[in-house]
Design a protein around this ligand. Sequence first.
Ligand SMILES: *Cc1c(COP(=O)(O)O)cnc(C)c1O
Length: 405
Amino acid sequence: MSTSDTPAHRIPDVSDLRPRSQLVHGGIRRSSFDETAEALYLTSGFVYGAAEEAEEAFRTDGLRHVYSRFRNPTAAMFEDRLASYEGAAWAYATTTGMAAVFAALMCHLKAGDRIVAPWGMFGSCLHIIKTIAPRYGVTPVLVDGPDLEQWRAALAEPTAMVFLETPSNPTLELVDLKAVCDLAHAAGALVVVDNAFATPVLQRPFESGADVVVYSATKHIDGQGRCLGGMILAADARYGAEVIHPFVRNTGPTISPFNAWVLLKGLETLELRVRAQTEAATAVARFLDGHPGIARTVYPMLDSHPQRALAERQMAGGGTMVSFEVAGGKAEAFRLMNALRMVLISNNLGDAKSLITHPATSTHARLTDEDKVRAGIRPGLIRLSVGLEDPLDIIDDLDRALKGM
Ligand SMILES: *Cc1c(COP(=O)(O)O)cnc(C)c1O
């Protein structure tokens, strides 16, 4: 959101830079002090030299900062940087990932609409779709994400929205993005993709036809466990400005400038971190796969993953998450987790520190028993978010804990 009186050198043109360079330079607006690092505009409001200027600012909506719920310069740098990397035409940063998901759904849906989504998804997303949306007259239709026939059947009638996550949390099931976007568009649906697990480094949903992409920036974008945040990105600038923005500016899921600044700096190292963590996750998955203490290892780039070919097609790497199942259910899962020395027990993910989670009793504990079965949340299932430590230390820690079982 440049203003005509801002010198060009303060908003450098980075459009011809390669993606990794965009993560470092994209979106920057230098103040008159010409600082190197991005400025933190910790302000709720903005002033005008005259009443006429305020009148003009409200008349030409969006050309000037008027209030940080609508837009803030630090948040705008974060939005523009991620949008330029992702290839989005419009972006809005939110206070959490769930605020981004909720706003992306509710700005679009109305009573009488259908929303089609897969069972395999983040617990709170499933709660919005299955429990909150029906209270507003929206009918959820849930399918098994990997099964294209179920998508085809569900999208045989007019549909307002498809919401999906791939790979899914925590079962790492994939949805064929291109095929589902095509089916969704034929049914008249807008496609919203939660790309938090794959990250913008490894998967580009807009290139497969997604209309809106949402992130929990709390995860890999921060990547160091410091603050919460989210982002809504749209392929169509007009849809963003006319449908999403009126919803968010009036309902207020706005990110704080401080969190936006932390996350903006997180973007600078996103590619390096995600690539290193993905390499480590691949090594950890190979170690776990076939280990006698492990009943099943799930990682998109393992030969044993039933959708390996699809993973190769739509992802540039298997991601930072590995899931596995121990044969002895909850008791054995707890014993393994408690025996770890370096890997930490936490329900967060995408952190520099490796984190281990028992979904059935934490992130997905509130699901009904029936929904747990549908979502594949079995008692022996463990989710591991692989961090930035030496992969050999992660493997040693798991090996030691498995041997003690
Ligand atoms: C964490 C997460 C969310 C929610 O994000 P918050 O920042 O915790 O609100 C949504 N979707 C996925 C896939 C997530 O991993």
